[in-house]
Design a protein around this ligand. Structure first.
Ligand code: GUN
Length: 296
């Protein structure tokens, strides 16, 4: 079987067109969604993610407040930026790009963000709401993965899903969303990680394999069953002297071989990445609607 490629770019473009219309309707009511963006340091990958997020905001009419801060910033100074954005009524969402430098207490920063502006869904209050099935901002990458599955016609209810990776940003929240008694969930979920004894034993019986390990070739063709759906969350830079940048991006999945066995597969780039940004835009627009009293 040769897999159908899930076109994350197209699915994201369709969702963004709808969001653009929502933003235009809000503008008529005098509401402009605003996103405060904080980037600390100059990690090239983080810089390129943040630039892509701001460009996407601009394209749909979300105002963005750009804060590019030195890696040597103190905890106190960083907290003052968060507090300013918390208080600013033009700002409906605050995004602090992770990871933060080792000198910064990341949890303290995430906990300082007003939960009502926590469009990343990383504040423990929002994490707790998500786990207990209450309405909350859902973290963008996991929510993007679930939307990709739904919009590709994959039945999540009852599916055996194996997630490889247990990060706070992807693996853990994704497992939580997929086990909820909700249209986004009702799956049977296994979370595998670096201490899992026999990874292939788990992945081979999965209807849906989601790779979020951060390591190329974590999932090879012999590790999946025929017709499985394979979602690749990995974004890894590998040296490539034939490229102008000197590197190319690959996921966690051996795409060329796995696509001959799967029924559906996401590419890297052009799969999950555009959906992460789209769900951030979605959360920012929802937050602005909520602040304007247009949602319950
Ligand atoms: N770093 C990697 N993924 C994310 C994300 O979704 N949000 C933020 N803020 N930082 C990240």
């Amino acid at each position: 079987m040769t897999a159908k490629i899930i076109d994350g770019k197209q699915i994201a473009a369709d969702m963004r067109a709808k969001l653009r219309a929502d933003v235009a309707a809000l503008a008529k009511k005098g509401v402009v969604p605003g996103l405060g963006v904080i980037l600390v340091g100059d990690d090239p990958a983080s810089k390129s993610y943040v630039t892509a997020k701001q460009k996407a905001c601009e394209e749909i009419g979300i105002y963005s407040d750009d804060n590019r801060l030195s890696a040597s910033i103190s905890q106190k100074e960083l907290m003052s930026h968060i507090n300013r954005l918390n208080k600013d009524p033009r700002i409906h969402g605050i995004l602090t790009q992770l990871p933060l430098p080792d000198t910064i207490d990341e949890l303290e920063v995430l906990m300082a963000i007003d939960p009502a502006k926590d469009v990343d869904g990383f504040h423990p209050i929002n994490v707790g709401k998500m786990v207990t099935g209450q309405k909350a901002f859902l973290p963008c990458t996991p929510h993007g993965v679930v939307q990709l599955l739904i919009k590709s016609g994959v039945k999540i209810e009852g599916a055996d899903v194996v997630i490889v990776g247990r990060s706070n940003i992807v693996g853990k929240p994704l497992a939580n969303i997929l086990i909820q008694k909700s249209p986004l969930g009702n799956a049977t979920v296994t979370v595998c990680h670096t201490r899992t004894r026999n990874l292939a034993e788990h992945t081979k019986r999965a209807d849906i394999v989601i790779a979020a390990a951060g390591c190329p070739n974590t999932i090879t063709a012999d590790m999946i069953k025929d017709g499985a759906v394979v979602i690749d969350v990995g974004v890894n830079r590998v040296e490539d002297s034939t490229k102008k940048a000197g590197y190319r991006l690959v996921g966690d999945v051996d795409f060329e071989n796995v696509k001959e066995k799967a029924s559906l597969i996401t590419p890297v780039p052009g799969g999950v990445g555009p959906m992460t940004i789209t769900m951030l835009l979605y959360n920012a627009v929802e937050s602005a609607k909520h602040a304007a009293g247009l949602l319950k």
